[in-house]
Design a protein around this ligand. Structure first.
Ligand SMILES: [Zn+2]
Length: 193
């Protein structure tokens, strides 16, 4: 069974190398809508796949990192990267270009990392993030499966190379949570929220 949770954020970017000149040459923003599709063959003690309340904790905080932020590609011009980091407190640097396609892959991997490192306490079983859909506009979206997110053909994404600015991290309930997750730190779900 699948369940779906929707998140929204406002973000700025440039997508270098794309065909549209407006997208590849000018900073611009989108009101993103991101759908997370979770799935499991089992139900928990509440007869749910995964309580939506639990998706409002670390997963929500990490996705909210992109809100009112600029997303940068580490392969962009060093002068551009330095200038953006100088003038914007909230930025996220990715090892891939912030196209909707790469956003979908990156977010799937981030949520997967959270789930893999979460100890559940309400009999949730084999819950996975199966798809992520990123809407840049009302008319276009990119949808990533797990196969897409881990695809070597599309380029492996190294989570260690995602950087969140201090301005982003200081708004997390634990500013070191991402580093802890990368090091295998376990998050224990609360019994009640
Ligand atoms: Zn765009």
């Amino acid at each position: 069974m699948e369940i779906r949770k929707l998140y929204k954020f406002e973000n700025a970017h440039i997508v270098r190398g794309c065909t549209s000149r407006r997208c590849s040459e000018s900073i611009h923003g989108h009101s993103y809508k991101v759908e997370l599709i979770f799935s499991s063959d089992y139900l928990d003690a509440g007869q749910m796949v995964y309580d939506f309340g639990l998706t409002k904790l670390t997963i929500k905080e990490l996705i909210d990192s992109f809100d009112h932020a600029i997303t940068l590609w580490s392969g962009d011009d060093p002068q551009y990267l330095a200038d953006m980091k100088k003038w914007s407190r909230r930025w996220v640097e990715l090892p891939v270009s912030p196209s909707a396609e790469q956003y979908a892959r990156v977010i799937l991997l981030i949520v997967d990392k959270v789930l893999q490192n979460t100890e559940t306490v309400n009999q949730e079983k084999d819950v996975i993030i199966s798809h992520v859909i990123v809407h840049e506009t009302d008319t276009g979206y990119a949808k990533a499966s797990r196969k897409d997110a881990f695809s070597e053909a599309m380029g492996r994404i190294d989570l260690e190379k995602i950087k969140f600015s201090d301005g982003v991290r200081e708004e997390w309930s634990d500013p070191d949570i991402w580093e802890k997750l990368l090091r295998g730190h376990k998050i224990v779900n609360p019994k009640k929220i």
